[in-house]
Design a protein around this ligand. Structure first.
Ligand code: 3HC
Length: 313
């Protein structure tokens, strides 16, 4: 028997490529009203423009009725503060990969939102358990009922970029069809079940992972991308041949250097640092070339330059 997610209204914090995508699939597929907040007006405008573009494309391709597109768009509302999200049944945080920032946000969530709201993070690698611990009310012990009431509602809901993509033109499975569900050691079964049901209502398939650095996806993906960057650094092969090896040899939709650019080199670096410091294992040490490129603000597609150059920003 399927479990009802019970989400009548969703909050999404952060309107970058992940947050905008999560808001989009929630409004279009799960058909829930979504409140979006981002401190950057520019980011919000970009996120909303992306949603408009994707809806218009689906209508133009005959996959969506104009009325359904209009309804989906009308479900998304921008709010000016976290306080305006107080009535949501679930919030998904999709801000940058910074533990202190996430801890501050989750503390505010616990103080502001309804006492039964699910508090989800889209983090790619940071410990869900550490984020959950930030919700313990001040002056209360970790074993108190008050702590249990907040920490048990924190969960990892890790979407894949670009979140809106649900099909491939050649019929192969697409990576973005996935959501990785991660349980902190404090997360309750009810929170996990409802978070899973919500991801499924968004049209996603769900895998589960323990709360280890990088979970399953990035613990495997990041060393692969890093090795590709080291190959380039050592002059083993050219950029194009490294990428071609995986596109033509292993049917990857993108080569590893192109994929690193697409994810964002700063995001790749911060995930690799979390893996390296979280495990102490040298196999996760980020390549010097990656560090230098981030130093130079060559962040990949989003900044117009990474391993490739992009003119469409
Ligand atoms: N946002 C929304 N939709 C997008 C998009 C974007 N940024 N880029 C492409 N799309 C859509 C297109 O509109 C098109 O949709 P349609 O079939 O409904 O018309 C569909 O994707 C295919 O696009 P294209 O035909 O233009 O191009 P491709 O066939 O080359 O596909 C791609 C583009 C979907 C990005 C494909 O190259 C791909 O799947 N690449 C791998 C991406 C990947 O591995 N993602 C996971 C990254 S890891 C991660 O996110 C985890 C994090 O923690 C690091």
């Amino acid at each position: 028997m399927s479990i009802a997610h019970g989400i009548k209204q969703l909050g999404v914090l952060g309107a970058g490529q992940m947050g905008a995508g999560i808001a989009f699939v929630s409004a279009l597929r799960a058909k829930v009203p979504v409140l979006v907040h981002d401190k950057s007006q520019e980011q919000l405008s970009k996120g909303l423009a992306l949603m408009d573009k994707l809806l218009a494309k689906d209508v133009q391709k005959g996959r969506l009725q104009q009325a359904d597109a209009d309804e989906a768009r009308a479900r998304v509302r921008v709010v000016g503060s976290l306080e305006e999200m107080r009535d949501v049944d679930m919030v998904v945080e999709a801000v940058s990969e910074n533990l202190d920032l996430k801890r501050t946000i989750f503390k505010t969530f616990a103080q502001t939102l309804k006492p039964e709201a699910i508090l989800a993070t889209n983090t790619s690698s940071i410990s869900i358990t550490k984020i959950a611990a930030a919700t313990i009310p001040e002056g209360k012990g970790a074993a108190s009922e008050e702590a249990k009431a907040t920490t048990s509602r924190v969960v990892g809901l890790h979407f894949f970029n670009p979140v809106p993509v649900m099909r491939s033109s050649n019929g192969w499975p697409v990576p973005q069809k996935l959501v990785e569900l991660i349980s902190a050691i404090q997360t309750s079964k009810d929170t996990l079940d409802r978070a899973r049901a919500f991801a499924e209502a968004c049209g996603k398939e769900v895998t589960t992972s323990q709360d280890v650095p990088g979970f399953v996806s990035n613990a495997l993906l990041m060393p692969f991308l890093n090795e590709a960057i080291m190959c380039l650094e050592k002059g083993v092969a050219t950029r194009d041949d490294i990428d071609k090896t995986f596109k033509l040899g292993m049917a990857h939709p993108m080569g590893p250097l192109q994929l690193a650019d697409f994810i964002g080199l700063d995001t790749c670096l911060s995930i690799q640092q979390t893996l390296y410091h979280g495990t102490g294992d040298s196999k996760y040490r980020p390549s010097v070339l990656l560090e230098r490129m981030v130093d130079a603000q060559w962040l990949g597609k989003k900044s117009g330059r990474g391993f490739y150059e992009y003119n469409d920003n």
